[in-house]
Design a protein around this ligand. Structure first.
Ligand code: MG
Ligand code: ZN
Length: 172
C-alpha cells in the first residue's frame, strides 16, 4: 500500500513513465546500468513538488529487456536504486514502481495496455482513476491512462517536460 494521498491533495496518484520522462532514455531504449541513470532537467524538482503536495508518485515502466535478457533483475534493481539516489539529491522520492517485465504480446500489462495501472488501482482502492494523472514521453503511455479516465500529458506534445506538466497539475 502506498496511499492514501494527503487529504487536500489535488490528485490521488500521479503516474510517471520512467525512461524519457524522469531520466534520459538510452539509445535503444534500455537503461541497464546504474551509471546510465541521468535525470532529465527539472525532473527531480518536479517530483519533489508532487511529494510536497502529498500526492503519491508511482512509476509505470515497460522493461522488455527483462524478458529478452538485455537487462537482468539485478541491473534493474541497481538502476532503481541509482534513480532513488539521484532523486533524493533533489529531496524527491518515488512511492512505488510498477514494472512490466514481459515481451511483446505476452501479457496484459505492457503499455499501451493498461494492466500496470489496473494493478496499482486494485491495490489502492481509495484511488479513483478520474483523480489520477499520468505523464509520459510516448503515446503508449498516455493511451492507457486516458482510456481509464485519467488526465494525461505527453512530453514534447502537451507540455515540454515533467516540470511543465507538474506546473499544470498543481495549478501554479
Ligand atoms: Mg518513456
Ligand atoms: Zn507485462
Amino acid at each position: 500500500m502506498i496511499g492514501p494521498a494527503g487529504a487536500l491533495a489535488a490528485y490521488d496518484i500521479v503516474f510517471l513513465d520512467r525512461d524519457g520522462t524522469i531520466n534520459v532514455r538510452e539509445e535503444g531504449g534500455y537503461v541497464a546500468a546504474a551509471e546510465s541513470v541521468v535525470l532529465l532537467p527539472g525532473a527531480g524538482e518536479a517530483i519533489a513538488r508532487l511529494n510536497a503536495a502529498g500526492i503519491p508518485v508511482v512509476v509505470v515502466t515497460n522493461q522488455r529487456g527483462l524478458a529478452t535478457g538485455r537487462v537482468t533483475w539485478e541491473q534493474f534493481a541497481a538502476v532503481s536504486a541509482a534513480l532513488d539516489v539521484a532523486l533524493a539529491a533533489h529531496g524527491a522520492h518515488l512511492d512505488h514502481t510498477a514494472v512490466c517485465p514481459h515481451d511483446h504480446d505476452s501479457c496484459n500489462c505492457r503499455k499501451p495496455l493498461d494492466g500496470l495501472f489496473r494493478q496499482v488501482l486494485a491495490a489502492e482502492p481509495w484511488a479513483q482513476p478520474e483523480r489520477c494523472a499520468l505523464v509520459g514521453d510516448m503515446p503508449t503511455d498516455t493511451a492507457p491512462a486516458r482510456g481509464l479516465g485519467m488526465r494525461a500529458f505527453q512530453l514534447g506534445v502537451d507540455v515540454p517536460d515533467l516540470a511543465g506538466a507538474v506546473e499544470i497539475l498543481l495549478g501554479a
